[in-house]
Design a protein around this ligand. Structure first.
Ligand SMILES: [Fe+2]
Length: 212
């Protein structure tokens, strides 16, 4: 089964990441694949992966997450997807020119409920290296992209929907490693589900090392 729509070019996407700090594309994934991955995502027990203070934060926002790699329960389709995306990125010429060591090992599935307030303007953590990959599998919202200038009052607006793909620059991918500012608005209606894929430098042993 094809994961990405024909013609999706990671060299173009990664060139934009190098130049602008982030990029976004709608309908990157095939409908067939979205159906397949959503089937597994629908079966996830979001609550069971929460703990401590973090759980309280998520509860307050009525958003939930499930994590892979830190649970005994296998999430095979999502795991394969993450490994495939890592490989596609590593295989791109732009990665070979800059850094081809993107082995994602931190994956969160976020469910933004219809009561969600979204996430205000922020940068991701500096321990999340090289690239941040965001995939919307269900629902709609707008994302605000400020790039390196948090005072920019006219951010780019990206329309996230099923199959949209966002790439953000993390430290270490290219010579310019400022983390871009961005925000997530509440779902337009109903829920939105997104997968955020990262490489956390604090994990000493990346688990996703499969090449295709
Ligand atoms: Fe973020």
């Amino acid at each position: 089964m094809e994961i990405f729509r024909p013609g999706l070019n990671f060299d173009h996407l990664l060139s934009d990441v190098v130049t602008f700090g982030g990029t976004f594309v709608t309908e990157a994934f095939t409908r067939e694949y979205l159906e397949y991955i959503n089937e597994e995502i629908d079966s996830l027990d979001y609550g069971q992966y929460q703990s401590g203070e973090e759980a309280k934060v998520y509860e307050r926002h009525r958003d939930f997450r499930a994590r892979i790699y830190d649970t005994e329960a296998p999430i095979p389709r999502l795991t394969d997807m993450v490994e495939y995306i890592g490989w596609r990125i590593r295989s791109a010429g732009v990665s070979k020119a800059y850094n081809e060591l993107f082995y994602p090992d931190d994956v969160n599935v976020w469910r933004y409920t219809d009561q969600s307030s979204g996430i205000g303007r922020h940068r991701d953590y500096s321990h999340d290296q090289l690239l941040i990959v965001g995939v919307t599998t269900k629902g709609y919202c707008t994302l605000e992209y400020y790039g390196d200038d948090p005072e920019n009052t006219t951010p780019k607006i990206w329309h996230a929907g099923p199959g949209s793909l966002m790439l953000l620059r993390g430290p270490g991918f290219c010579e310019h490693d400022d983390r871009p500012w961005h925000g997530v608005n509440p779902p337009l209606h109903g829920e939105r589900v997104s997968i955020i894929i990262r490489q956390d430098i604090r994990n000493s042993q990346p688990e996703s090392k499969k090449d295709y």
